[in-house]
Design a binder for this molecule. Sequence first.
Ligand SMILES: [Zn+2]
Length: 280
Amino acid sequence: MTEEICDLCGNAAVEPACDMVAGARGRRMFLCTHCGMVRAAPIANAEERQARLTLWSDLDLEVSAAQSHLVLARRHLDFDAALEILDLGAKRGHFLTRVLAGAPHAHVTAIEPNPRLTCAYRRDPRVSFIPERLEDVTLPREHFDLVYAARTLAHLQSPRAALTKLWQALKPGGRLLVQVPNLRVIANADAEETYFGEEPRFHFATETLHRLLSCVGFKLLEDATPKVARSLTMIATKVDRALAPVAAMPREVENAEALLAAYAALPVRRAPEFSQAATA
Ligand SMILES: [Zn+2]
């Protein structure tokens, strides 16, 4: 058994739930039977993830996500102000370059450990570029108006520890825009096994993300997740920390169990497609 402690609730209640249907890695999904948080192990290493970042499908996703996230951020921030923005896992900079174009007095701190992706912005005078991982960076306290964390938190060892660090770095009332993998995507008959199978460490139900945000000290402002989406997108604001223990949530555990059981049945549902591909 490995890593039994749940990142959200801190209980030693994490148990194997099902094996991945795709991929040769022997990946498993684990479920916290106290709060319903879902985790996968082992995850792709940094080299494999960087190689994947060159895929065009990912590029398309990054661009469309950045455009919709910009619209969302505008609804909750004054883009005429001298905003201090932290872009966590800035990748190719699709979000930050749009922010800098739309917010003339903004300054962006970009954290991106993969230098191959950063040529569009790393020498921009309005960007402070930090080529490291969040875990290795010391952030100023109460400095930022917006933290942008898209497709980043779910890859970290502890999203809760990362969010606590980001909470400290935000000004009181500062905003957090977060995008993480949506656990519900595996309920779709055309779920992409490789995406789900090889990439993030954590997959979130809506309620799980709500609870993670609130236990760190964020109040949800808007759940901007489209109806059927492979990611959850939310914007929250920093409030006082409520350090209460995370209560048991049997319904969330049941929901996650049902989703994972459906996912485990995927090869059976897809059997005709697999055999067609084999004879094509
Ligand atoms: Zn838990």
